[in-house]
Design a protein around this ligand. Structure first.
Ligand SMILES: *[C@@H]1O[C@H](CO)[C@@H](O)[C@H](O)[C@H]1NC(C)=O
Ligand SMILES: *[C@@H]1O[C@H](CO)[C@@H](O)[C@H](O)[C@H]1NC(C)=O
Ligand SMILES: *[C@@H]1O[C@H](CO)[C@@H](O)[C@H](O)[C@H]1NC(C)=O
Ligand SMILES: *[C@@H]1O[C@H](CO)[C@@H](O)[C@H](O)[C@H]1NC(C)=O
Ligand SMILES: *[C@@H]1O[C@H](CO)[C@@H](O)[C@H](O)[C@H]1NC(C)=O
Ligand SMILES: *[C@@H]1O[C@H](CO)[C@@H](O)[C@H](O)[C@H]1NC(C)=O
Length: 527
């Protein structure tokens, strides 16, 4: 206990001095007081008796003296019972005005008196990082830093020299969460030392996080799956192209494209079919044929098979099928949009010229040949009303039927009727609706002598074009002749129409000088 008495001896001098100075503030004392003349002798004597005193290996007498001044003030501020005899604690609890000041005297902490066993700096709203100077008092048994606003890391490793420390309180601070949660340090002190210190993961928060994760993640997954499922099955047009099934449309997509199947977008009605104009999400205008009849699963499967074929058709005289929608209660075929009218309307409204009519026949035959050669299983409903016209007057065959086993005779018959309808006056073709047979018979009666009565008079035909028309009517009659077993073949029909078309182009060309060797022309004339 020699050390303590020596220290106290040392304090007595200082206390006497400071009292003499009328209890000025610690800062004033530090500025004004000079070490007494015998100060170095006192220190040397103290260190001879107790070399473990912290100031004994320092030669800075001025600093040692200053630290004794701070010690004397701090002893008094800490309400120690007798600052002359003992100095066991630094109690600056709830002293926010002076606690930071005393912490800033780093020389004091460097020579931290060995008598101090307890340091309480709690409830001072102290900001900044951990006051590491305090840990130089390695002999302390209790340290309370609770109820402050300290931030940053706690220097856990600097606690290891404090072997007598049993009471530590870092609660209610804002330290960074420790990454070393299972070191010796946290075993030495129990959780009540770190309540709301920020240092340990908050158990409650942690539990909440875990619960949120455990409950939230599956919900998130379910939502994602639901969302993706909805997109995939209901609105695939919102998905990136790679996730979409090409050519597949859903009822919702069609509903969106037609403004909820609005009356304004309804462009036509047929037997069990509604025709709509629609705009897809990417802005493409489409024509949508909707069938709402309830069909069997088997027919639905067949429909799907058909659509798989139809989307593959690609020819300038075939309406491009973009895709289909197949549900039990709603089936649809989506094709490119044609602003123009169909051939039937075109014929009756605009009285087209011979050249234009030939062009239509030419296109239809080209489309037929394409289907005949590449897609023999695809049938089509060839009528003037089902052949659409593109902007540049190209005819487009529409209304297909996959797996249509209708004989080629039937197809030839159809093109025959089509051909006749193109050539004869619209008054007559209107009649054709009441009876095809009567219509054909009527023309047959006028062939060949009275053809001018049946051919559409609005064409204003020249002698040459009249001859061509005559040829073609003959062809049409051959195609529709029920009594004959010898119908022309599609390739022959194509040949005749092609030649007529080409020769007309040659004839119509103003620079053309008719040469006797013009074979194409000759052949048509000679038939
Ligand atoms: C005083 O001695 C201690 C060890 O007892 C040592 O850690 C410290 O650095 C020394 N200080 C000076 C100023 O020599
Ligand atoms: C010690 O504290 C008391 C009040 O607690 C005060 O009156 C006195 O002046 C203080 N002495 C010094 C030296 O600061
Ligand atoms: C903290 O200090 C304030 C005054 O600064 C005081 O009112 C309050 O009671 C103190 N709280 C505790 C827990 O000591
Ligand atoms: C802890 O206390 C013991 C006994 O009082 C003492 O011998 C030892 O030096 C102290 N440890 C430190 C680091 O001060
Ligand atoms: C935590 O430690 C303190 C002091 O060491 C003690 O009073 C308290 O009972 C301990 N609490 C638990 C839960 O162990
Ligand atoms: C630390 O301080 C808080 C708040 O003042 C208190 O609830 C807790 O029990 C203290 N912990 C210890 C180990 O003294």
């Amino acid at each position: 206990m020699a050390s303590i008495s020596e220290t106290l001896l040392f304090f007595s001098i200082i206390l006497a001095l400071s009292r003499a100075m009328h209890s000025a503030s610690v800062v004033e004392d530090l500025n004004n007081l000079k070490p007494p003349p015998d100060f170095s002798t006192t220190i040397r004597n103290n260190c001879i008796h107790n070399p473990s005193l912290r100031y004994c290996n320092s030669s800075d007498l001025n600093e040692i003296f200053k630290s004794t001044i701070v010690a004397s003030h701090l002893c008094n501020e800490s309400r120690n019972p007798n600052c002359v005899e003992t100095f066991p604690k630094i109690d600056l609890r709830s002293r926010p005005k002076i606690a930071p000041l005393y912490l800033s005297f780093s020389f004091f902490w460097k020579y931290c008196p060995l008598s101090i066993l307890s340091i309480d700096l709690s409830n001072n709203s102290m900001k900044g990082s951990f006051p590491i100077d305090v840990l130089q008092c390695t002999q302390i048994q209790a340290l309370d830093l609770s109820h402050n606003e300290l931030t940053g890391d706690v220097p856990i490793h600097s606690f290891s020299p404090l072997t007598n420390l049993t009471l530590l309180n870092l609660s209610y601070n804002y330290f960074s969460e420790s990454t070393m949660s299972d070191t010796e340090f946290f075993k030495r002190f129990n959780a009540s030392s770190f309540i709301h210190s920020g240092l340990l993961p908050n158990q409650k928060k942690f539990t909440i996080k875990v619960i949120i994760l455990l409950v939230g993640f599956p919900i998130f997954v379910i939502l994602m799956v639901g969302c993706f499922g909805w997109l995939f099955f209901v609105r695939p047009d919102f998905l990136p192209r790679v996730f979409r099934r090409e050519n597949k449309f859903t009822p919702s997509m069609l509903k969106a494209a037609t403004d909820g199947f609005s009356r304004e977008n309804l462009v036509g009605k047929g037997e069990g079919v509604d025709m709509y104009r629609g705009v897809l999400r990417d802005g493409t205008q489409v024509r949508i044929e909707i069938y709402r009849d309830d069909i069997s699963r088997e027919s639905q499967r067949r429909f799907e098979e058909e659509c798989k074929v139809l989307v593959q058709l690609s020819h300038e005289n075939i309406v491009q099928v973009l895709g289909s929608c197949s549900r039990r209660k709603l089936r649809a075929i989506i094709t490119e949009w044609m602003e123009g009218e169909n051939v039937e309307m075109w014929l009756s409204r605009s009285a087209p010229s011979w050249k234009h009519r030939l062009k239509i026949l030419m296109g239809v035959v080209k489309g037929m040949c394409y289907l005949h050669e590449e897609w023999p299983e695809v049938g089509y409903d060839l009528r003037t009303s089902s052949v659409l016209l593109s902007d540049n007057l190209e005819p487009l065959i529409s209304r297909f039927k996959v797996g249509d086993q209708s004989s080629s005779t039937r197809k030839i018959h159809k093109i025959g009727v089509f051909l006749l309808e193109i050539l004869v006056s619209s008054r007559l073709s209107d009649e054709s609706k009441s009876g095809e047979v009567r219509f054909i018979d009527h023309i047959r009666k006028h062939y060949p002598g009275n053809l001018r009565e049946v051919i559409d008079e609005r064409m204003k035909m020249t002698e040459n074009s009249f001859d061509q028309a005559k040829q073609l009517i003959r062809l049409g009659l051959m195609c529709t002749d029920q009594s004959s077993s010898h119908h022309p073949h599609l390739s022959q029909i194509a040949d005749i129409i092609t030649r007529a078309y080409e020769s007309w182009n040659v004839l119509a060309s103003p620079t053309h000088k008719r040469s006797p060797g013009d074979k194409g022309h000759k052949r048509i004339q000679s038939r």
